[in-house]
Design a protein around this ligand. Structure first.
Ligand code: IMP
Ligand code: MG
Length: 186
């Protein structure tokens, strides 16, 4: 991973919830588990969900010890700058790869209501992959509104809005190296 300078906490953030070292250790652990679980000779397609998962997906992939390809999909269920899911998931950009017969791993930044991942799983299942698994860096169990189980999870967090390591608030704070809690009402 590139060496990074840790920027100071800006005023609209309350505290660092998960620091960069802790994230790095967890991502390594998830990568190792994903590699171990991957069937021999499998063609693994890692699908990162844009934009929030772009950093997590990049770090996770670079530590996989099994052959894989990388693709991205863009979905939206939030109006930018709002913190309530509309539950109305839109496909903004599809993957380029044909997923039929492939071992697919969806990589999400965070499971909040769960509508986004639920939509994506259903959508991908119709494309007949050999297997379909899901990984998310974060989950807010108190907010989950659908019955969905992740195969790989980094951290459970409380019901607060978080930014950094790919996650944003109205496009702000996406590239912070840590996960920070946003001050409510910002
Ligand atoms: P869900 O459909 O409600 O599970 O929402 C999932 C999507 O909402 C995630 O992929 C994120 O892009 C976004 N999201 C949910 N909670 C947060 C948060 O605390 N910070 C930043 N983005 C979030
Ligand atoms: Mg997302």
């Amino acid at each position: 991973m590139p060496s990074i300078t840790i920027p100071p906490l800006s005023e609209d953030l309350i505290r660092v919830l998960i620091d960069a070292d802790t994230i790095e250790r967890k991502v390594s652990e998830l990568s190792r588990r994903i590699s171990e679980d991957c069937p021999d000779g499998a063609e693994l397609v890692v699908v990162g969900v844009l934009k929030g998962a772009f950093i997590f997906a990049a770090d996770l992939c670079r530590q996989l010890s099994v052959p894989h390809t990388v693709d991205f999909i863009a979905l939206s269920s939030y109006d930018s700058g709002k913190t309530l899911s509309t539950g109305n998931v839109r496909l903004i950009m599809d993957v380029r790869e044909d997923l039929a017969g492939k071992h697919v791993l969806i990589v999400e930044d965070i499971l909040d209501s769960g509508y986004t991942l639920d939509y994506l799983k259903r959508n991908f299942e119709t494309r007949q992959p050999a297997s379909l698994k899901t990984a998310a860096l974060l989950s807010k169990p108190d907010r989950l509104s659908v019955d969905i189980k992740l195969d790989y999870l980094g951290f459970e967090i409380p019901d607060v809005w978080v930014v950094g390591y790919g996650l944003d608030f109205g496009e702000k704070h996406r590239t912070l190296p840590y996960i920070a809690e946003m001050r409510p009402g910002e």
